[in-house]
Write a protein that binds this ligand. Sequence first.
Ligand SMILES: Cc1ncc(COP(=O)(O)O)c(C=O)c1O
Length: 415
Amino acid sequence: MTRILAVFLSGLLLCAPALAITKQERRRVDAFAGMALEKSRRIGGYPVNQDTALEGFYNWYTKHRLYRASLNNVGNPWSTSPYSLNTHAFEKEVVSYFAKLYGFPDDKFWGFVTASGTDGNNHGLYFGRKYLLSKSSAPPIVYVSEEAHYSIKKLADVQNLELRLIKAKEMGEMDLKDFEAKLDPSRPVLVVIALGTTFKGAIDDQAAIRDILKAKHKGPQYIHLDAALFGGYLPYVDGDAASLVNHQLQNFDSIAVSGHKFFGSDEPMGIFISTREAFDNLNPFRVAYLNDAVPTISCSRSALAPLKFWWKIRSTPMDKFRAAANGMMRNTDYLVEGLKATGVRSWRNPFSSTVFFERPDETILAKYDLASEESPTLGKLAHFIVMPHVHNKLIDGFIRDMRKWKMRSSQASPR
Ligand SMILES: Cc1ncc(COP(=O)(O)O)c(C=O)c1O
């Protein structure tokens, strides 16, 4: 009898819903929060700005207890959605801000706040493919450098697009001779330009790519700019850096930028903008219950991400963005000089805040969350990306660690 009761009670326990977070679980999440905040100050290997500065947003959000509503930006932000709990009005203002920043003429663009840079690239390929198919029945070919972000290769696979990988030069930019050699003049062309590449921060030469297309390809063309990191800060850097992400000067058809990189969103998000012509050729399926066609690939979309992005651009004066972008460039110079003085071999591309160098030991990689790679000519590498939260004190500590490692490794293997 006691046994039957015990089995019955344990069955009840298994079925019972968890009523609250236990003390032990609470300690676990508390420890996680402490660790994340402490570690965020030392992140150097990934292009994520840890100066999120969203206190104002969260104070406002909790004051209104907005977490009690489930918002959703499903649908086209530029048309009326029957699901009114959305932030489309704010999303449109965010897109308009960036359309202006990237030189799209008024009313000649379309865009939305994406889930990430990869989401923006997915739409770049999708819009490009649909645009090219509206001009020619021949299937397009995607051209991208082998050092561009891996998302392009994966997304071309997902969208069943033929991909031609173009060789990259030693410093990471697209090898134009190889591009010219691989260009097929008989098929529509979809070029994805890396600005800059993920590991070495190299910028593909847009003007030279356009010249090759003009001289060697008479058919339909579409250019997508993957500016996940650089597209955030270049518009604010002194000098002519902004021209690299200017639609009117560079003639690209669409651009994808991440919102959690330069802009310091505390979660992944991004922006995608295309020409109005590309959008008009999209020919998406109509969705009657959403009152319109849905041009985005995903149905439900975050409504909070556009709101945070809106908060960020409305509360950050241009001068502050400029100071952050120019500060990144100055601090990168400082890192380059410091590394040179240690005797560590290091490299940096123009307009880039990514410094790559000979790979140190695991302890340093783990301490700063450094990403690593291997180059056939330069050997084993790691990189450090100077984002707005990377100040000179962090760089000094990193250089000290690198100097000690260099001394240890040269003692271990005397020439
Ligand atoms: C050049 C480039 N494109 C795309 C991405 C992917 O961006 P996300 O992480 O926002 O999806 C990255 C990420 O580092 C990148 O460097």
